[in-house]
Design a protein around this ligand. Structure first.
Ligand code: AGP
Length: 603
């Protein structure tokens, strides 16, 4: 939530910062702003709305500067408005800051500063940082930042500039991500790697309360006792192209289409060599008597699917918990519990809190993460990486699919280690997983029928998703995908639950999307389909074991044959495309749905 970027070097900072903000816009898009330093002082531009509004403003009110900071906002305190946009300046216009996070004690700090005659102009928590920094400033920005950091409670990633020390940018963070990019033409601070990829793949990952002093040709790190720190410069393997749309209208469609390759890469890393395989091979599953999977949103849905794979294969209880609930529930876990954290960003605040709670209780933690160097990746005992590359669309697709295959592989390998499946069975299951990229590629060549059907669905006020067993788990992801990008109300139900309440919502021309990849339960889901059709519903039936015949109430999308346990990797492709085309037909801003942000770094 919120993206920040800073640049200092020998080029005009304005276009560099605007380009960086474009790559960070997925983190928040209520408003955007930029502040640069030049010989006249700070030049600031801020605009409510999308980044394009800021660009248009700068076009008509040009500014230049050799160093600057920019911000794209997801509002927490104070409505989206020009005045609440970042950067924020102290009242003497000496210090400018951009902030991602929440300052929990901002009211107390604000009151103290107001008592000393300082006037605030915005309703944000962030302005207190700029005002406090200016209040403390004694000619030494490092000293000032340390005092500010010691006064703040909450979470923050900060970019700070002082007019009196124009040769440097300061970066510091706690519980929100920040990287430092290093290049020939200058140096960067940023919330995320895609913001700097066009300039460099050399980055430092900042840890909590480490302070980076960034000049045009150097970067130095200190702790809050002002002691110098040695950090390792890391090489990012993501390419600059991977953060571009590549000719697609939306990142979401591009990311859906990338899935065969991503599945292949992720499967290879876990089965054929590489760090994922080493970690999976080294895990001693026999020491655990329970697995807890905890995550948010789609990553939680991946955990729900995984439960239906782990339990029958490993015969080990698997609990799946929303991270936002797990963190407060006093979970019954100990050193014999394996807690699996699933997160694309590795920065989701609730998942981080759940991870820390699990560690506090002595559980062993394993994360499945996409972003290298992220907080969850760094703090868990073991990390498996999904090799999905940068995922820009707010609605996750390729990272979710990569999470699924890693979870399947873990389940199969654990089952073998526990002696629950024979070596030939293990081989057969892994071969079934290895066949998924080819099947997904086949499905992605047949998008026409999904697109055509979706074009008839834009008028629905509500759409239900049903399935049984593992099909129910993936129905949850289908429902989430639809609601987040198409704004159509949607719920997912286990088919058997319909008659316990939900069926009262079914009326003439309600749409029900039913999933059927569990052949042994086909008759069950089919009778749910008949029940809703006989009450007037239309049904989109998606599966690979459907025996019904299409008619005016029933449309069918056939999936390739697959082992039931791994079939969600196929049904989810249709569900993603269905949501995408419904939203596209509604003309919505698919990559940046309203009120959402890609990386939910606040509670
Ligand atoms: C998925 O489409 C959503 N954007 C959202 O539910 C997401 O999965 C959730 O916020 C978790 O994010 P994470 O994977 O980065 O932790």
């Amino acid at each position: 939530m919120c993206g920040i970027i800073g640049y200092i070097g020998n080029e005009n900072a304005v276009p560099i910062i605007l380009e960086g903000l474009k790559k960070l816009e997925y983190r928040g898009y209520d408003s955007a702003g930029i502040a640069v330093m030049n010989k006249d002082g700070f030049a600031v531009a801020k605009q409510k709305g999308r980044l394009s509004a800021l660009e248009a403003f700068i076009e008509s009110h040009p500014l230049t500067g050799f160093a600057g900071i920019g911000h794209t906002r997801w509002a927490t305190h104070g409505e989206p408005s020009d005045i609440n946009s970042h950067p924020h300046l102290g009242s003497r216009n000496k210090i400018a800051i951009v902030h991602n996070g929440i300052i929990e004690n901002y009211r107390q700090l604000k009151e103290r500063l107001e008592q000393r005659g300082i006037t605030f102009v915005s309703q944000t928590d962030s302005e207190v940082i700029a005002q406090l920094a200016e209040y403390y400033y004694n000619g030494d920005i490092m000293d000032t930042v340390i005092r500010v950091v010691n006064a703040l409670e909450g979470s923050y990633a900060l970019g700070i500039m002082s007019l009196d020390e124009p040769d440097k940018l300061i970066a510091v963070k706690k519980d929100n991500p920040l990287i430092i990019g290093v290049s020939e033409k200058g140096n960067f601070i940023a919330s995320d790697v895609p913001a700097v990829l066009a300039h460099t793949n050399q980055v430092f990952y900042l840890n909590d309360k480490e302070i980076a002093v960034v000049t045009g040709d150097s970067v130095q790190f200190y702790n809050t006792d002002r002691e110098p720190l040695q950090k390792t410069l890391e090489t990012v393997t993501w390419s600059a192209d991977s953060a571009e749309k590549g000719g697609y209208e939306h990142f979401m469609l591009k990311e859906i289409m990338e899935q065969p390759q991503i599945l292949q890469d992720t499967i290879n890393s876990a089965l054929s060599g590489g760090d994922n395989k080493l970690i999976i091979d080294s895990l001693d599953i026999n020491r655990f008597n329970k697995i807890v999977i905890t995550a948010c949103g789609s990553a939680y849905n991946a955990g729900m699917v995984a439960k239906y794979v782990f339990e029958p294969l490993c015969r080990l209880p698997v609990e799946v918990e929303l991270a936002s609930e797990f963190r407060y529930k006093d979970a019954i876990i100990d050193q014999n519990t394996l807690v699996i954290l699933v997160s694309q960003s590795g920065e989701t605040a609730d998942t981080i809190a759940a991870m820390r709670e699990a560690k506090r209780k002595g559980a062993v933690t394993l994360s499945i993460v996409n972003v290298v160097g992220s907080t969850i990746a760094r703090e868990t005992d073991y990390t498996l990486y999904t090799l999905a590359g940068p995922e820009i669309a707010v609605a996750t697709t390729k990272a979710f699919s990569a999470q699924l295959v890693l979870l399947y592989i873990l389940a199969v390998r654990f089952a073998a280690k526990r002696g629950r499946i024979s070596p030939p069975k293990e081989k057969q299951l892994l071969a079934a997983i290895a066949s998924l990229p080819g099947k997904v590629a086949t499905l992605l060549k047949q998008t026409d029928s999904i697109q055509k059907y979706a074009s008839t669905c834009v008028g629905y006020k509500s759409i239900f998703f049903i399935g049984r067993n593992i099909d129910y788990a993936i129905a949850m992801e289908g429902s989430l995908k639809l609601k987040e990008i198409s704004y159509i109300h949607s719920e997912a139900y286990a088919g058997g639950e319909l008659k316990h309440g939900t069926i009262s919502l079914v009326e003439e021309d309600t749409l029900v999307v039913a999933i059927s990849c569990c052949e042994r339960l086909y008759d069950k889901i089919n009778s749910n389909v008949e029940q809703v059709i006989s009450r007037g519903a239309k049904v989109l039936f998606i599966g690979n074991c459907i025996k019904a015949t299409p008619n005016e109430k029933l449309a069918i999308i056939e999936l390739p044959e697959a082992n039931e346990l791994f079939s969600p990797s196929l049904s989810v492709i249709v569900l993603q495309l269905f949501s995408y085309y419904v939203a596209a037909n509604k003309g919505l801003d698919i990559d940046k749905p309203r009120n959402l942000a890609k990386s939910v770094t606040v509670e």
